[in-house]
Write a protein that binds this ligand. Sequence first.
Ligand SMILES: Cc1cc2nc3c(=O)[nH]c(=O)nc-3n(C[C@H](O)[C@H](O)[C@H](O)COP(=O)(O)OP(=O)(O)OC[C@H]3O[C@@H](n4cnc5c(N)ncnc54)[C@H](O)[C@@H]3O)c2cc1C
Length: 336
Amino acid sequence: MHFGILGSGVVGLTTALELQQNYPNAQITILADRFNEETTSQVAAGIFRPGTSFAGPTREITQQWITDAFHYWDDIRRSKEAPLAGVCQLSGYIYSSTSPKIVRNPFIENLLPVYRQATEEELKLCQGDWKYGSFFTTCLTECRLFLPYATKKFIAAGGQVTRQHVSSFSEVSEQNFDVLFNCTGLGAKELCNDAQLVPMRGQVVKVRAPWVKLAFYGDYDTYILPGFEAVTLGGCRQYDSFNLNVCKYDTMAIKERCYGMLPSLKRAEVVREAVGLRPHRAVVRVESEILRLANGRTQKVVHNYGHGGYGVTTSPGTAKYAVKIARELLAGNSKL
Ligand SMILES: Cc1cc2nc3c(=O)[nH]c(=O)nc-3n(C[C@H](O)[C@H](O)[C@H](O)COP(=O)(O)OP(=O)(O)OC[C@H]3O[C@@H](n4cnc5c(N)ncnc54)[C@H](O)[C@@H]3O)c2cc1C
């Protein structure tokens, strides 16, 4: 069996590792034009916290992805691999001054080890007129560590990695992949001519603030997320923006909102700023397709893209589902 994976972000790599587990004797090749720090995945703070709008084809499947993904990350966190893979535990608060709904999350309230209403005292831990709050304990995966870790693991188990830009599915059909996994994130917009896939621009400021030990979310996309070395301050969500440059006005707005919550951050040294385009799609696309190519060939494809702001959170779950779909496709049971 010969599998191809397009993409080497968190979605491509979790798919590659899942595939190796299911098909230990298969030949598996990752093709991608960007790796590690060149990917959107590396910009993510990496907290496991799906948005309530995150959606797969059905509510049940979406919940299954999220549940599988949490167990994947939490198993790594409990293992001796955790510091190498960049997975740790993180607790924190989500606050809102406007609506109690904002601080609830049915996807994870019964999944995380702790998810509860914040007390009146806890609403005062951060500056702001907070009326509603929840406290939770989750995982954080730092892609700066996870992407190289996963690549190394993939290669050690016999996987191959090639840097290549792919402008059409026909272009890779000569490589005779039994199934090709399309994990190209925003790249799928061109590759699949998918108008439903939209960039949701985000910007973050990474600061050195080892005294901050808890995560905090406030209104207007404000978040403070301690990671392995730096604390990520965010953020913004700009729909349909392709701007990959750091915007000084976004930096100012992020700092003002985060400093407003935790004034001690004013003393934190800025390590770097980063911009990423989240591959947003109202329904994340994980499905099979048999493509009839211009060169007369056919190619079995399993798409796995469009995770928006929640690709680190959910990728191990969609990877598992994508590999299951591939197995059905190969067995000829696909509902195509
Ligand atoms: C500011 C910010 C903060 C975020 N915070 C979080 C968070 O805390 N938690 C969370 O879960 N998510 C977060 N996200 C979202 C997360 O980063 C994305 O959902 C995730 O990175 C998507 O992963 P991906 O593998 O699909 O895409 P990418 O990381 O973009 O990888 C795509 C891969 O496909 C390859 N590719 C694309 N097109 C082609 C082509 N034509 N030919 C060859 N190769 C191609 C690229 O080279 C790359 O290797 C955040 C995003 C941003 C921007």
